[in-house]
Design a protein around this ligand. Structure first.
Ligand code: FVH
Length: 290
């Protein structure tokens, strides 16, 4: 049965993200109970109408879905294990960042305790919650997702990816891996530009425009990878990129910048050229990653 606008929500964990989630629910007029391990973090939320709870038991006694937004997998168990019996028959939505196998373990633990489990990967930072652009990826119990979809949409756009509780987390980490590689490349570029007196903030403007333009090629890259067809060289072949990475390495050394970010990619390209894949498209590098 779908929830009503009167369905209460319990938020366990009032770090930066938990506070943003709770504040957004309160703004939407939802009854929200809140708990945090260290007392005192609920002051602003209580002033805004939240039900401050001194214990996890008190927080979940309000009814409705329980949202955990804690530091890590271990802190979810530390918080929920002592109240597992009280959670029987309830619906748990875990927005704590957990590795896929940890999410699957939590789903098994939940099933053993008759708890319906939905896992979520938050693709947003706290100020984005409740704003356009924020998204949360979900997998696990479809019943929980369908029942509380309206509430979840208050927080961020909500998308469901099936009953494998580890799927959303895999997607989350795959997107983060792409993001971190990009951020690392940006830091490397900023270090190179500092050697010629350009401030990082100035470089950032140009890098943002360049990277935005380059991301337009991603759909084509995805198609090449899925087809495992690396003969249509729509950007440049591996040999071209190897030469570019060699030059970037030399330029970086000359600028006194370490090769920590660029060396792994250069090594992958070197290996492929040595193995005779130089004429193939850059995307063939994907095949080296398994
Ligand atoms: N903040 C962000 O930008 C990211 C965006 C993507 C998703 N993440 C994940 O969300 C989880 C919570 O993140 P957060 O930003 O709220 O994190 P903190 O501000 O560090 O707050 C952590 C809360 O966890 C509580 N906690 C820690 N250990 C335990 C424990 N053993 N038992 C019970 N609670 C615990 C901590 O409580 P306290 O230190 O105040 O007592 C905070 O409430 C996280 O998975 C991100 O990866 C956010």
């Amino acid at each position: 049965m779908a929830e009503t606008t009167n369905t209460p929500v319990a938020i366990l964990g009032l770090g930066a993200m938990g506070q943003a989630l709770a504040a957004t629910l309160l703004k939407a007029g939802r009854t929200t109970s809140v708990w945090n391990r260290t007392p005192g973090k609920d002051a602003d939320l209580v002033a805004a109408g939240a039900l401050g709870a001194a214990t996890v038991s008190d927080a979940i006694s309000v009814g409705g879905p329980i949202i955990t937004v804690l530091f890590d997998h271990a802190s979810v168990h530390a918080t929920l294990d002592p109240v597992a019996d009280q959670l029987a028959g309830r619906q748990l939505i875990n927005l704590t960042t957990t590795a896929p196998e940890e999410a699957r373990e939590l789903a098994r633990w939940a099933a053993e305790h008759d708890i319906a489990y939905l896992d979520g990967g938050i693709m947003a930072v706290p100020p984005m919650i409740g704003q356009p652009g924020a998204s949360i990826l979900y997998s696990g119990s479809q019943t929980v997702f369908d029942t509380h979809r309206e509430t979840l949409e208050l927080l961020a756009s909500a998308e469901y990816f099936g009953d494998d509780a580890g799927f959303a987390s895999t997607y989350d980490f795959a997107l983060l891996a792409a993001m971190y590689a990009m951020f690392g490349g940006f830091l490397h570029g900023a270090a190179m530009m500092r050697s010629v007196g350009v401030p990082a903030a100035e470089f950032a403007q140009r890098a943002a425009a360049w990277l935005t333009a380059m991301t337009q090629t991603l759909p084509l890259q995805g198609q090449a990878i899925d087809a495992a067809d690396y003969t249509g060289v729509f950007i440049q072949p591996i040999a071209f990129h190897k030469a570019a990475l060699d030059a970037i390495n030399r330029a970086s050394r000359d600028a006194g910048v370490t090769l920590d970010f660029v060396a792994p990619l250069k090594n992958l390209l070197d290996r492929q050229v040595a193995d005779g894949h130089g004429p193939l498209a850059f995307e063939r590098t994907f095949e080296e990653l398994h």
